[in-house]
Design a protein around this ligand. Structure first.
Ligand code: GLN
Length: 404
């Protein structure tokens, strides 16, 4: 059988093209203005590392601002949350990506806008890292996310470096506020290099999936950063990743995401999927028009919106059998689905209602497919308390969801 996924992606691509060629290619970096504006590619990476892609999926472009969440991830992993928070905040700025967006304390508002990203750049690598060591750590770390060694596009790097006055002023401002530890010229050089790493949409999808999968690259199996780092990065992407359009994006697409001026967009849906899209024409916020369109379609068609209310908690109780209804005089509570906080709370409420008689209780978990740490602890505590009440309790757990 030929998988319908690629046909579907192709159909999405064609509809997005048919909707017109609005937007304009970024030209403040001269080298970026030379790209073919009609290029368009979309890729998906699943949790088990299967990558689907259509369009110009082999075309490589500079990563630009899509590097920001990954460098933030490395800084968090290398220096810890507290240290990074001393230098850069987590609040949406409501400003354009290249604004001087500082809190009253002088701290850049978040790591997804330039001033925050320039500050974050020097936090990757060990405490006393030289600019070269920070850069080496970033190339190695981003390559880990992509699952292949990434290289710098020297022409784009030089082109942006020669026109980086604005970023230079941001760096001096961050330095003047005591937020930037490095020499501003080194920081901008390094940041510009990080933005000049070359990727294609398939790389973006894998990188996005690695974040969405708790830091493990689904193809190489490398644990690139710890899971807590991904939670932090995805949260900041959800609130700040699409610049001034972040609220609009969150309500219409609902996937933590990041965009960049070369036309890339990546989306990371926790535990599910990584999306990469590329098309150079940008809207007024600096987000790729066609890549945004494609993400909207994917989210709507495949039900990927993070805030889509899952139908789980209300269906947790599969059956409750009273002692009178069966010959052996037991009371059975049968559960189903996935045991997380909300589901386990429904189960505990049922157990709470068990009368203090001497009927044994059977907790039947044969239809429970998995439990997270909290769900497991809650159910085990329910069992413990039933026993304290004097009940004989039998747990049927063929899927061993209560085992650690
Ligand atoms: N290198 C670009 C800059 O600093 C990245 C900006 C972006 O992708 N939005 O201006």
């Amino acid at each position: 059988m030929r998988t319908p996924v690629n046909d579907y992606l192709e159909e999405v691509r064609e509809t997005c093209i048919a909707e017109g060629d609005q937007g304009a290619v970024a030209d403040y970096i001269p080298e970026l203005a030379r790209v073919d504006p009609d290029r368009f590619a979309v890729a998906l990476c699943t949790i088990d590392g299967t990558v689907y892609s259509v369009g110009d999926d082999e075309h490589r472009f500079t990563i630009q601002s899509l590097s920001k969440p990954f460098v933030y991830a490395l800084a968090l992993a290398d220096r810890g949350l507290d240290k990074v928070l001393e230098h850069v905040g987590v609040e949406p700025s409501g400003d354009a990506f290249n604004e001087i967006s500082l809190e009253d304390s002088g701290r850049p508002r978040n790591p997804m806008i330039n001033i925050g990203a320039i500050t974050t750049h020097g936090l990757a690598g060990p405490e006393d890292a030289t600019p070269e060591q920070s850069m080496a750590r970033i190339v190695q770390g981003l390559s880990g996310f992509a699952g292949r060694t990434l290289e710098v596009d020297e022409a784009v790097f030089e082109s942006e470096r020669q026109t980086a006055d604005r970023n230079m002023s941001l760096a001096y401002m961050a330095r003047a506020q005591g937020m930037l530890e490095d020499d501003p010229r080194d920081a901008v050089d390094g940041y510009t290099r990080q933005c000049s790493l070359i990727v294609d949409v398939r790389d973006l999808a894998v990188m996005a999936m690695t974040l969405a999968g708790g830091g493990r690259n689904p193809i190489t199996d490398e644990q690139v950063v710890p899971p807590w780092v991904c939670r932090q990065v995805l949260s900041v992407m959800a609130t700040c990743g699409m610049y001034d359009a972040a609220g609009d994006w969150m309500s219409s697409v609902g996937i933590p995401a990041k965009s960049g001026v070369s036309g890339g967009v990546l989306g990371s849906l926790p535990g599910q999927i990584g999306i990469g899209a590329f098309s150079p024409r940008l809207d007024a916020f600096g987000n790729s028009v066609r890549a945004v369109r494609a993400c909207e379609r994917l989210s709507n068609d495949m039900g990927l919106h993070l805030m889509q209310v899952p139908e789980v908690a209300s269906h947790v109780l599969y059956d409750v059998v009273a002692p009178d209804d069966q010959g052996d005089g037991t009371r059975e509570v049968k559960l189903q689905g996935t045991m997380h906080f909300a589901a386990a709370e429904v189960a505990l409420r049922e157990l709470e209602g068990v009368p203090e008689d001497d009927a044994p209780v059977v907790l039947d978990l044969s239809r429970v497919s998995s439990a997270n740490r909290v769900g497991r602890r809650m159910l085990l505590e329910g069992v413990r308390r039933l026993k304290l009440d004097g009940h004989e309790v039998r747990v049927e757990d063929p899927n061993t969801v209560l085992d650690d």
